[in-house]
Design a binder for this molecule. Structure first.
Ligand code: ADP
Ligand code: ADP
Length: 231
């Protein structure tokens, strides 16, 4: 089942020559439940693509269908709410609020949703259990190790039950072994049916994805299934 279709997506930043846009004529279909790595050299358009996929930025040309809905139809007034409901983000530097507790960090995406505080706490606890950190929920975020902080960030990405998880170099700030543990967790979520897209420079991370999309100069160079990885 298709979750996302990008049709002839081009993105040229204002200060950029229209002859060398950040993304040029990108066509991609992303199915529900895929675990995808986006690779490519620095400047090839990976962040721009991730920002467009996560409704952080608008393409200059082309069409973006999310769940068969053209995104252009969502007014900018509603785009924050839509993003908050549809997409969970994981960043290289975790992006936690350091002086907040683990639990309060995880609850954050639920702030503007209906529901009782008690129910939000229950949801946060559920996802903290999933990432193995329920017993740390009342600690401050900065009391945790890097790998633990990234797991909190993953719980935060999951708590709103989004359709899509976008991760920008999620292992980039971790040692190899901790990075592998984060990939174990992302793979487990994938096996539970989640759709996950990871921007990475790391071949070890990409190897564990089902599909590897390589960008060069704003274009898709290759888009390959990683058969090794499919059971
Ligand atoms: P990557 O994530 O692969 O390093 P980016 O998507 O960040 O690539 O950048 C793609 C191209 O767009 C690069 O040439 C970069 O310099 C340019 N670019 C990125 N952001 C901006 C911006 N805000 N304004 C102008 N050019 C930008
Ligand atoms: P705002 O709601 O202030 O307009 P956005 O909704 O565009 O901000 O972004 C949400 C948050 O994600 C912001 O804190 C922003 O700094 C952060 N952010 C946006 N793009 C990226 C990125 N590529 N990597 C890391 N953080 C990002």
């Amino acid at each position: 089942m298709e979750l996302i279709q990008l049709k002839n997506i081009t993105k040229a930043y204002r200060r950029q020559s229209p002859d060398a846009p950040a993304l040029e004529d990108i066509n991609l279909t992303i199915h529900r439940g895929e675990l995808i790595a986006i690779m490519g050299p620095s400047g090839s358009g990976k962040s721009t693509l991730l920002n467009i996929l996560g409704f952080m930025d608008h393409p200059t040309e082309g069409e973006y269908l999310f769940d068969a809905q053209p995104l252009q139809r969502i007014s900018s007034r509603h785009i924050h709410r839509t993003r908050n409901q549809m997409v969970g983000f994981v960043f290289q530097h975790f992006a936690l609020l350091k002086d907040y507790t683990v639990q309060d960090n995880v609850i954050l995406p639920l702030t503007f949703r209906k529901g009782k505080h008690k129910d939000r706490v229950a949801k946060a606890t559920h996802y903290l259990e999933k990432v193995g950190l329920a017993s740390h929920r009342l600690k401050k975020a900065n009391e945790l190790s890097g790998g633990q902080q990234q797991r909190v960030a993953i719980a935060r990405a999951l708590v709103g039950e989004p359709e899509l998880i976008l991760a920008d170099e999620p292992t980039g700030n971790l040692d190899r072994r901790t990075g592998e543990e984060i990939m174990d967790l992302l793979q487990q979520l994938h096996h539970e049916g989640r759709t996950i897209i990871i921007v990475t420079h790391d071949d070890e991370v990409a190897k564990r994805c089902d599909r590897i999309i390589r960008l060069v100069d704003g274009k898709v160079l290759t888009d390959q299934n990683n058969y090794q990885n499919q059971v």
